[in-house]
Design a protein. Structure first.
Length: 168
């Protein structure tokens, strides 16, 4: 027998309250983080990112044209999920991780993009320049209002079962 659409949509999804049925502190993010201070987290990332094996993996990611911001955010998010540090410490450590990633790429003479979002913003013209250009164009070509001929409007034609009868 065919399942209804609702059953297909929610098959495999979590049931409300399901996270409360297992043992407490069963997953890393329900436990206290391993590193509590920013200094400890910075030391963790320095050791991790300057490790030769990790360095090779990071360089291969940069070869695939992934930007620094995305890699740093991924590293910090995965460390938070694995219980290494809290989300707050991750936000505070993010600029240091970005600088470390740039150091790794620079030491290997690999070109990288710091942020695609920043790159796109640099291509855009600032609003004040656009506003000046529009103002100059409007001053060169003043617009004259031409009188529009009045159009006769026809009442809309109603169709359907509940439509009013046509007027004659």
């Amino acid at each position: 027998m065919a399942k209804s659409m609702d059953e297909n949509l929610f098959a495999g999804g979590p049931i409300p309250g399901m996270s409360l049925t297992g043992k407490a502190r069963n997953v890393p993010w329900e436990n206290p983080p391993m590193l509590v201070s920013v200094e400890d987290a910075i030391q963790y990332y320095v050791e991790k990112l300057l490790d030769p094996e990790t360095e090779d993996a990071i360089l291969s990611v940069f070869d695939n044209k992934v930007d620094i911001v995305t890699v740093a955010d991924h590293l910090i998010t995965s460390s938070t999920m694995n219980g290494i540090h809290s989300l707050d410490v991750g936000f505070l450590v993010n600029p240091v991780v970005r600088e470390l990633l740039m150091l790794v790429a620079d030491s290997a003479d690999i070109e990288y993009v710091e942020s695609y979002k920043k790159q796109e913003m640099d291509k855009r013209l600032p609003r004040h320049i656009v506003r000046q250009m529009v103002k100059a164009t409007m001053e060169e070509q003043p617009m004259e209002a031409e009188p529009q001929p009045a159009e006769e409007t026809m009442p809309p034609e109603y169709r359907g079962l509940m439509a009013p009868p046509p007027m004659r």
